[in-house]
Design a protein around this ligand. Structure first.
Ligand code: NAP
Length: 470
């Protein structure tokens, strides 16, 4: 494994970076610890101002950042620009809301005096991030942790090093002091060493179940708090009375956005018998309509996948699904371009013994299931090792919300695509991980929720005093 930018459209090696040395890692953790101590004496208003400055800097550099991201991992240039804007939105939101979120919470108690929970930083947080949204994944951790006063060391994916490097430079160019967020090209062993350092007090990982297990194990050994944002096989349920114009307009987009390489892409379409044929035909038409090409060209609507390895893995999964009895409805044909392209593919007849039934396919492949009723739809949605997100389309939105509440995932959207916004908690259950990023819950991920009970004087007559006096 080395850190390299290989343009997935041209296959050219664009940049290569050496691993960090252990000394560089130690210096980054030491600088982070110094910043943690310094930030305790800074005002939140000061950090809020600088986080707004980060948002402004990101917007100012949108074109440059978008180009870097597209060359690193291949996404459509318009999607890269959207990602930069989303990062700026997240920074602005935490800059505006952190002071309120982090204000002390008063507790009604029978203890003598007043009880409050204060929200303190913990120290240095190690973040391990994936390539699919190279900037947004950093910002989800950076904004709340910077506001509370935790410093961060970033280990980004081996194939998006240029995005990682430039993002951290932009943060410093906006005025955030060096040492607050340091990008390091770390090996897996170095990640474990960093986690073991006593100055490191939290670990946030977004990635696969494989990466999650390894990093959570290293953190568990050191009793370090973790959040794990892992994979998903999100269901997209279409009830018989759904508005099919809306469904057909959204379904292909939620599978092909970011070339299908999104943890919350709808990967399993679970469709009521009455509308199944209509749905399948529309999905096929829409999948056929996309135009592969240079992702830097705004006219392109199908991007290459992020690496040759990822494309080969997905092709192997499609082959295995077909060998196990799946039916090919669309796709699985070559595209006459040299980049890492995969034609949008639709599979049906995926039975529980097919590997595709329980394996995440991280690219433009949709599995479509026919169900006879709502109970069957919910049972199928829940028969998954993952529990990240989901979508329900229903004629009656209130009933759609009732169905949503029966789905074993961390997030469900009714009658619309899933949106990731700073005020909404993001995360899952089962093998999709634990903990939440963004929102108030994400703000509290790496916080010492310290109880302080202040009495005017000691009071042994208080019933709670008996516990101490016993
Ligand atoms: P991955 O292989 O787990 O990589 C993610 C990050 O973890 C990378 O920085 C990777 O470094 C690092 N990593 C992997 N194994 C490690 C180890 N043993 N020790 C230290 N670091 C390690 O994930 P991926 O397959 O590239 O990313 C796609 C997956 O992420 C999908 O499953 C997707 O659903 C999931 N995802 C989840 C969310 C969410 O919020 N729930 C969001 C986006 C993606 P290297 O690149 O150097 O290997």
């Amino acid at each position: 494994m080395t850190y390299r930018t290989v343009n997935p459209y041209t296959n050219e090696v664009v940049a290569e970076y050496p691993f960090a040395t252990d000394d560089e890692m130690d210096a980054a953790i030491a600088a982070g610890h110094r910043r943690y101590v310094e930030m305790k004496t800074e005002s939140l208003a000061h950090r809020s101002e600088l986080l707004h400055a980060v948002a402004a800097k990101l917007r100012e550099h949108e074109d440059e950042l978008a180009r870097i991201c597209t060359v690193d991992m291949g996404k459509l240039i318009g999607e890269s620009k959207g990602e930069v804007e989303l990062c700026a939105l997240i920074a602005d939101w935490f800059a505006d809301h952190a002071e309120g979120l982090l204000a002390p919470d008063a507790i009604d108690t029978i203890a003598t005096g007043s009880a409050r929970v204060l929200h303190h930083p913990l120290g240095v947080v190690v973040m391990v991030e994936p390539w699919n949204f190279p900037y947004y994944q950093i910002m989800r951790v950076f904004a709340p942790n910077y506001m509370v006063g935790n410093a961060m060391v970033l280990k980004h994916a081996a194939n998006t090093p240029t995005s990682a490097k430039r993002f951290c430079e932009i943060v410093e160019e906006a005025g955030v002091p060096a040492g607050t967020l340091t990008n390091l090209f770390l090996s897996y062993d170095q990640v474990s060493k960093a986690i073991a350092d006593t100055r490191v007090q939290g670990v946030a990982l977004t990635g696969s179940e494989r990466g999650g297990r390894a990093v959570a194990e290293a953190a568990g050994k050191q009793l370090k708090k973790t959040t794990m944002e892992l994979g998903g096989m999100d269901p997209f349920i279409v009830l018989a009375d759904a508005d099919m114009a809306d469904v057909n307009d959204i379904a292909w987009r939620v599978r092909l956005y970011n070339c299908g390489q999104v943890c919350t892409s709808s990967k399993r379409f679970i469709v009521a018998d009455a509308v199944y044929d209509d749905f399948l035909e529309a999905l096929r038409e829409n999948f056929r309509r996309v135009a592969p090409g240079d992702p830097l060209d705004p006219a392109t609507t199908l991007a290459p996948m992020n690496t040759a390895k990822a494309r080969a893995k997905l092709q192997g999964q499609v082959d295995a699904a077909l060998a196990a009895g799946g039916t090919l409805i669309e796709g699985d044909a070559p595209i006459d371009l040299s980049g890492q392209f995969m034609r949008p593919t639709i599979l049906t007849d995926i039975t529980p013994d097919n590997p595709a039934y329980r394996t995440e396919m991280f690219g433009p492949v949709a599995s479509v299931y026919r169900v006879q009723d709502e109970d069957e739809a919910v049972a199928l949605a829940n028969d998954s090792p993952y529990g990240l997100g989901g979508i329900v389309f229903a004629g009656d939105p209130r009933h759609g919300a009732e169905v949503a509440a029966r789905i074993e995932t961390g997030m469900v959207f009714v009658n619309n695509f899933m949106a990731s916004l700073p005020e909404l908690p993001f995360g899952g259950v089962k093998m999709s991980g634990y903990g939440r990023e963004m929102s108030r819950i994400g703000q509290m991920a790496f916080v010492n929720e310290q109880l302080v009970v202040t009495a005017p004087h000691s009071d042994l007559s208080n019933p709670a005093g008996g516990l101490v006096a016993a």
